[in-house]
Write a protein that binds this ligand. Structure first.
Ligand code: COA
Length: 254
């Protein structure tokens, strides 16, 4: 298997695992990512995406890419898998060590949250290979870093290091390699402590085109306002406050 999948109750950790090819994304890996998405659509959980061998992914597999035709391009082989990842109900965290190039970078752009290590090298060298980045970079990167920076990266094919990626907001944090996965799990822990439906609705609203706001929020919030979990969580909050106030009053009247 080129993607190692570890299933837990509230999260799934998927590791691109083809280190001898720097985790280059081939058809097998795309098939495995679709299977992973099917499982997460069926039973939504937070996804942590990472790579083995100190690399996230060094791009689409150039050996396969070289033989692909115009018809293959129109099928959007990688793009469709990455869109499916982007649309997963629960958050996707990309934990990026080392190279995230070409399709590897586009897979990272499909995540909701990106964290990295100091050895990060992220960018889209596609034009140097006679193709363009067509699996999300041209529309997703401008959303993440703005059009000027996306143009700088995509039109030059240059690579960002960790410092520049952090300055640009392309990654939200940089951690030493041995802290990368623990920090990704800490983010998943925070998400797991919140209400899953509220998280899913927030992600959905974030993904909704501007013209549909604020109607989309009203509908999603309407469902949450009627949910028993909202009532339970707010009651718990109010009861905690009331108990604290009682304790405080008892102390001051003693
Ligand atoms: N597609 C297919 N194979 C790839 C690959 C890719 N995108 N990236 C790396 N590999 C393979 C190499 O061909 C090599 O295979 P081999 O051992 O059978 O010859 C193996 O992975 C190791 O690569 P190597 O270049 O020796 O590793 P490195 O650590 O010295 O360099 C990179 C790493 C990422 C800088 C370099 O492999 C590279 O430039 N890869 C291509 C990046 C790219 O252009 N991606 C965009 C694709 S659209």
């Amino acid at each position: 298997m080129t993607v190692h999948v570890e299933e837990r109750d509230d999260r799934v950790i998927a590791t691109l695992d083809r280190p001898e090819k720097r985790n280059a994304i081939d058809q097998d890996m795309i098939d495995a990512l679709h299977a992973l998405c099917a499982a997460l659509e069926e039973r939504p959980r937070t996804l942590i995406l990472t790579g083995s061998g100190g690399v996230f992914a060094a791009g689409a597999d150039i050996a396969q890419l070289r033989d692909r035709t115009a018809a293959d391009a129109r099928r959007g082989i990688n793009a469709m898998a990455f869109i499916r990842i982007r649309e997963l109900p629960m958050p996707v965290i990309a934990a990026i060590d080392g190279y995230a190039l070409g399709g590897g970078a586009e897979l990272a752009y499909a995540a909701d949250i990106r964290i990295a290590t100091p050895s990060l090298a992220i960018g889209n060298p596609e034009t140097g290979l006679g193709i363009m980045a067509a699996a999300g970079a041209t529309w997703r990167l401008p959303e993440i870093v703005g059009e000027a920076r996306a143009s700088d990266l995509l039109l030059t094919g240059r690579t960002l290091d960790a410092d520049e990626a952090l300055r640009w907001g392309l990654v939200s944090a940089v951690h030493p390699a041995d802290r990368l996965l623990p920090e990704a799990h800490a983010i998943a822990d925070r998400i797991g402590a919140n209400d899953a439906l509220a998280t899913q609705h927030t992600k959905r609203a974030l993904r909704t085109p501007r013209a549909q706001h604020p109607a989309i929020e009203f509908e999603l919030q309407a469902e949450l306002f009627d949910s028993p979990e909202k009532h339970r969580r707010m009651t718990a909050f109010l009861e905690r406050r009331a108990a604290r106030t009682r304790q405080h009053d008892e102390r001051t009247t003693r």
